[in-house]
Design a protein around this ligand. Structure first.
Ligand SMILES: CC(C)C[C@H](NC(=O)CN)C(=O)O
Length: 494
């Protein structure tokens, strides 16, 4: 009787939350959840390899089917084609949108995620087949398990649990799932702009679960770095040459390339890792006292961080410096050189054309358009000083912006309450060194607030060998999302 009276006053009273029932449902369905993750990981949806594009298309279809099966209003949105370096085009994977509920009296959240993955091969040093999800001691190993297939599934299972138990969703839930995140979310910006007044018109908040905790303590993420990704191509002779026959006569493209990249950073003997490209460091927002204090209070064990990645020394030896340089200062990384001899054994070759792949993680207040100019100007000027007859071509293929949220926003208070309910601890408030290319666009175009709610573990090996998602994080993470929807239902509309 009492329940009836209260429910007529408030449509979503706190104490009517059937958390235990939902949580038990999740526990009792975990084998199915793992099997679905296995099916998804089996699809080699590597968006960086155009030869895998059919797999990317299949992955989007599977995502749409899964959302349809639980009653979503689903659309596969055509976002056009990708232009390849040789001028050809290839279809971009369609974007999946879905909608569950359209009650105007409820909040509407939009969950963003991606189902494409980074490349992975057994011979890279994986202990198990990367596309065969393998459970070892409760850790589910497979490419894309943590980044980002399990979190996307955990959100889908969240909606499914409410529905299976005939419990009204406390908020309307929308999904936007893409298949090009790992290469810069090609085509997605334009789609968001196009759907601003339609799909996004009733969205109140955007939730992204495409990142990880910093330690064993659950976390909420309030910032990501951006990424400017470059190709620097040096072309010389018309074909590869024998280094004994031609070495000493030809000005080698590889030597030019190493020469121009070699000046990116100061070495250990100077101030460690300082980026030397003019203008880059000057744009960085200064570290405030408040931020310093936040980093100081975060749980982060330097020794276990070192042992996890197998190094004896890091760039910095104190926690605040390490976190600040991981999250809120720019870095440059040289990822690889296409055209270089890289196979096992030895080959005495002079490569005719080499393409360096490097990227700069940028931070507030850097701007990708400015970084593009700074980097290209720098490389062309250093190259000009070499007076080489070889040809240099620099292109920026990704220009993703950094994103930073206000941790005082009620979305974060709701996040803290959900974490407390499921894990019985306060979450760490952290930033992410990686990039969610679309985050800033969501904010700029829709004007909606974003929260990043990770469920991945600190040691999931994203983009690396032996990526994994632990069962614990997958299952408890689903419960976290269930609890979070309940908390968001009680927020005042923005
Ligand atoms: C622009 C990058 C390729 C994006 C990528 N994002 C993630 O890994 C997030 N899942 C990154 O390298 O940061």
């Amino acid at each position: 009787m009492l329940l009836v009276v209260i429910s007529s006053v408030s449509p979503h009273p706190h104490h009517l939350f059937e958390y235990d029932e939902l949580s038990q449902y999740v526990d009792s369905h975990q084998e199915e959840y793992v099997q679905t993750l296995r099916d998804w990981v089996a699809v080699e949806s590597d968006s960086s390899d155009v030869l895998r594009r059919p797999d990317c298309h299949r992955m989007m279809d599977m995502t749409a089917e899964k959302l349809q099966a639980i009653g979503g209003k689903v659309e596969l949105v055509d976002i056009g084609v990708q232009e390849l370096p040789d001028g050809k085009t290839v279809a971009l994977p369609k974007v999946v949108t879905a909608q569950f509920g359209s009650d105007p009296s409820k909040q509407t959240v939009c969950v963003y995620g991606h189902v494409d993955v980074q490349p992975a091969k057994l011979e890279d040093g994986w202990a198990t087949e990367p596309y065969n999800l393998t459970d070892i001691n409760g850790h589910l190993y497979g490419r894309g398990a943590s980044d980002n297939k399990a979190p996307v599934l955990a959100w889908i299972h969240t909606v499914e649990a409410y529905q299976a138990l005939s419990i009204d969703l406390p908020v309307n839930v929308k999904f936007i799932i893409e298949g090009m995140e790992e290469t810069g979310s090609n085509g997605l910006d334009a789609m968001i702009v196009a759907q601003k007044g339609t799909f996004f018109s009733d969205v109140d908040y955007i939730i992204i679960s495409d990142c990880g905790w910093l330690s064993r303590r659950p976390a909420l993420t309030y910032g990501t770095r951006g990424n400017c990704y470059f190709f620097a191509e040096v072309e010389g002779p018309k074909q590869d040459l024998h280094s004994g026959v031609y070495g000493g006569t030809v000005i080698e493209p590889m030597t030019d390339l190493i020469g121009i990249l070699g000046g990116f950073l100061t070495s250990l003997s100077d101030r460690i890792g300082k980026i030397l490209i003019p203008g880059i460091r000057e744009a960085v927002a200064p570290l405030s006292d408040e931020e310093w204090k936040m980093y100081q209070d975060i749980e982060f064990d330097i020794e276990s961080f070192k042992s996890k990645i197998g190094v004896s020394q890091l760039m910095y030896s104190n926690k605040v410096d390490l976190l600040a340089h991981r999250w809120r200062y720019p870095t440059v990384t040289i990822h690889g050189i296409e055209g270089a001899f890289s196979g096992p054994g030895s080959k005495t070759v002079i490569p005719a054309k080499v393409i360096a792949k490097f990227s700069i993680r940028q931070v507030p207040n850097m701007d990708p358009a400015v970084v593009k100019k700074q980097v290209t100007d720098y490389l062309y000027s250093v190259f000009a000083k070499r007076k080489s007859p070889n040809k240099l071509k620099v292109t920026m293929i990704i220009g993703a912006k950094p994103w930073l949220a206000d941790t005082k926003h009620p979305l974060y208070e709701a996040g803290k309450a959900a974490v407390k309910r499921v894990f019985d601890v306060e979450p760490d408030l952290i930033r992410e060194g990686g990039t969610i290319p679309i985050a800033k666009t969501f904010e700029d175009v829709t004007g909606k607030s974003i929260i990043m709610m990770p469920i991945g573990g600190f040691d999931d090996g994203l983009h690396s060998q032996n990526e994994k998602m632990s069962r614990y994080n997958y299952i408890e993470g689903t419960k976290l999302f269930i609890a979070y929807l309940h908390e968001v239902a009680h927020l005042k509309k923005d």
